[in-house]
Ligand binder design. Structure first.
Ligand code: 1HA
Length: 272
C-alpha cells in the first residue's frame, strides 16, 4: 500500500511494488461490479496523479477488485439529470476528465481485466495503453440499452482500435464479447487464465520497464498525436521542449539570459 496525499481513499486502492517501478490502482467497489460514482473518479484521478508525479513509477496497472469485474461503468444509482450526482449534489461526467488524464499520462498504463469491462468501464480499458485480459473477461458497451453513450473517446479510440464496422457493431447492437473475440478484434493485447492474470501483467510491465523511459514517453505521445488533434500535437511538442531543455543548445539560451550576455549558438551545427 502507498500513500496518496489528501483524504483517505474510500473507493480506490493505491499500491506500489517496492523497488519495481510499478504502481497499481484498483477500483474497490466489487459489490457493484466496480461501477464508479463521482467520488470514485475523483479518487482515481488523485491516484493517477500520484503515479504520474512519482519518479520511481515507470508503469501503472489499472484494475478492478475481485475477478468478477474490471469496471461496470457509471453507477446507475448515482445517475441524475446532467450526470452522476455525488456527495456535493453536483451532476458530473468527470470520468471524461479521467480518460484524458490516462491518455496523456507520460507512462504506460496497463488495464488488467478480469470479468466485466462494460459501459464506461469498457471505455476506461480502451484509453489504457495495453489491455491484459483474463479468460473470463467480457467486453461490451451497454449505452444504447441504458440510455447513454460515450460519443468522445468511447467512439473515436474504439474505431481506431477495431475499425469502423466493428465499432458500429459494438455500439449499435450493445452485445457482449468474450476475451477470445476481443483478442481477435484487436481490442486487447493478450488473454491468460484468470489465475495467471497478475503474473502475466507483471511480465509485460517488467519488460517495458527495461526499455528507455523517454522512448516510451515520446512514443505514447506520438501514437496519441493524430487522434488527439491540436491537444495531441501539444503533448508531443511538450516532449520536444523537455528534450531541448536537457540539451547544451537549449541551456546556452538560458545561461546567456541569466548572465546578461548575448547567446552564442554558433557552435551548434545544423544537422541535415
Ligand atoms: O455511458 C457512460 C458515459 C457516457 C458519457 C460520459 C460519461 C459516462 C459515464 C458512464 C457511462 C456508463 O457507464 S453507461 C453504462 C452503465 N453500465 C451498465 O449499463 C452496466 C450495468 N451492469 C450490468 O449490465 C451487469 O451488472 C454486469 C453485466 C456488469 C454484471 O452482471 P452480473 O454479474 O449478472 O451481476 P449483477 O447481479 O447484474 O450485478 C451485481 C450487483 O452490482 C447488482 O447489485 P445488487 O442487486 O447485488 O444490489 C447490480 O445492480 C450492481 N451493479 C452492476 N453494475 C452496476 C451496478 N450498480 C450500479 N451501476 C452499475 N453500472
Amino acid at each position: 500500500k502507498a500513500e496518496v496525499p489528501g483524504p483517505e481513499l474510500e473507493d480506490v486502492l493505491y499500491e506500489k511494488a517496492e523497488g519495481e517501478g510499478i504502481a497499481k490502482i484498483t477500483i474497490n467497489r466489487p459489490e457493484r461490479r466496480n461501477a464508479f460514482r463521482p467520488e470514485t473518479v475523483k479518487e482515481l484521478s488523485r491516484a493517477f496523479n500520484e503515479a504520474r508525479d512519482d519518479p520511481d513509477v515507470g508503469v501503472i496497472i489499472f484494475t478492478g477488485q475481485g475477478s468478477l469485474a474490471f469496471c461496470s461503468g457509471g453507477d446507475q444509482h448515482f445517475r441524475g439529470r446532467g450526470g452522476y450526482v455525488g456527495n456535493d449534489r453536483v451532476p458530473r461526467l468527470n470520468v471524461l476528465d479521467l480518460q484524458v488524464q490516462i491518455r496523456r499520462l507520460p507512462k504506460p498504463v496497463v488495464a488488467m481485466v478480469a470479468g466485466y469491462a462494460v459501459g464506461g468501464g469498457h471505455v476506461l480499458h480502451m484509453v489504457c495503453d495495453l489491455t491484459i485480459a483474463a479468460d473470463n473477461a467480457v467486453f461490451g458497451q451497454t449505452g444504447p440499452k441504458v440510455g447513454s453513450f460515450d460519443a468522445g473517446y468511447g467512439c473515436s479510440i474504439m474505431a481506431r482500435t477495431i475499425g469502423q464496422k466493428k465499432a458500429r457493431e459494438m455500439w449499435f447492437l450493445a452485445r457482449m464479447y468474450t476475451a477470445k473475440e476481443a483478442l481477435d478484434m484487436g481490442l486487447i493485447n493478450t488473454v491468460v487464465p484468470v489465475a495467471r492474470l497478475e503474473e502475466e501483467t507483471l511480465i509485460w510491465c517488467r519488460e517495458m520497464l527495461r526499455n528507455s523511459p523517454m522512448a516510451l514517453r515520446v512514443l505514447k505521445s506520438s501514437l496519441n498525436a493524430v487522434d488527439d488533434g491540436g491537444a495531441g500535437l501539444q503533448e508531443l511538442g511538450g516532449n520536444a521542449t523537455l528534450l531541448f531543455y536537457g540539451s547544451e543548445e537549449g541551456s546556452e539560451g538560458r545561461e546567456a539570459y541569466v548572465e546578461g550576455r548575448a547567446p552564442d549558438f554558433s557552435k551548434f551545427k545544423r544537422l541535415p
